[in-house]
Ligand binder design. Structure first.
Ligand code: ATP
Ligand code: MN
Length: 255
């Protein structure tokens, strides 16, 4: 009951009495005991004070907008502990040299996945590649800097209609520059870079680092190629004179 009370508090259900709100629906649908306990762990430590909105509901994770006890906005990514993406997660983790023992238990595997995304965010920041600042993680819950203000930052895909050639050119330089910097300086690759994982804010920010990995990973060249391909073909469609993807790949993979 203490947990339920805390969760009601976190969801602002007291004040708002929105038992049928979208937020509450998403919550009750995807939150098992572990998740509830993890949220209340963060609540007691002031890391999550309120979750007020659903930013996204995906196959693997849901992302919520919230506040910490100091009133800072936060984004909270909560992985489903029962996921149909189990195989994919397992394959990605198995190929990552940073990941040692792989738990057989799906729930625990998701915890490893969550921790890896946190580490990826730290690593991206270390090499000055723009990403949300990682704040904390525990079990299947990842807290990070919220990109946006009252409204969340839109994705590149959401605003592309209002952009001009010059904007696309700058964004292309940002995206390709990030790929290169990550690879050359950070020995790292994002692996799912696209117009869906770039948020447009004061400065563009790359999100969704769950599949990112290190150069030493046997899949890293495949992921690097994929990122280069996705970015060059998207921006070519927007009229940017992009690098030749094969050439760019050889240039980076060569060293
Ligand atoms: P998908 O499967 O749709 O790619 P995902 O489960 O991989 O989603 P993310 O891509 O990390 O999760 O996040 C989903 C959405 O939540 C993003 O497209 C973005 O709109 C929003 N979002 C994620 N992180 C943040 C953040 N730090 N600040 C603001 N919004 C965010
Ligand atoms: Mn995404």
């Amino acid at each position: 009951e203490r947990l339920d009370r805390e969760i009601a508090e976190v969801l602002g259900l007291r004040e708002r009495r929105e038992k049928d709100s979208e937020l509450f629906k998403v919550f009750s649908e995807v939150f098992d005991r572990t998740t509830v306990e993890t949220i209340s762990y963060f609540y007691r430590r002031g890391k999550i004070d309120l979750l007020y909105g659903v930013l996204s509901t995906g196959k693997e994770a849901n992302v919520f907008a919230g506040f910490d006890a100091q009133g800072n906005r936060i984004a909270v990514k909560i992985y489903r502990t029962y996921t149909t993406e189990f195989r994919r997660i397992w394959e990605y983790l198995a190929a990552d040299p940073r990941v040692g023992y792989l738990p057989k238990d799906i729930r625990k595997l998701v915890f490893v996945w969550t921790r890896r995304e946190f580490k990826n965010l730290q690593r991206a920041m270390k090499y000055a590649v723009r990403a949300p600042e990682p704040i904390a993680f525990r079990n299947n819950v990842l807290i990070m800097e919220f990109i946006g203000d009252e409204t969340p930052a839109p994705r590149l895909k959401d605003v592309e209609k209002s952009l001009e050639k010059k904007d696309f050119e700058e964004l292309y330089d940002f995206a390709m520059g990030s790929i290169e910097r990550l690879w050359k300086r950070g020995d790292m690759v994002h692996g799912d870079l696209s117009e869906y994982n770039i948020l447009i804010w004061e400065e563009p920010v790359i999100i969704d680092w769950s599949q990112a990995t290190v150069k030493r990973n046997r899949m890293s060249l495949t992921l690097l190629y994929r990122d280069i391909k996705n970015i060059t073909s998207y921006f070519a469609r927007k009229g940017v004179s992009v690098d030749d993807p094969e050439e760019k790949f050889r240039e980076l993979a060569g060293d």
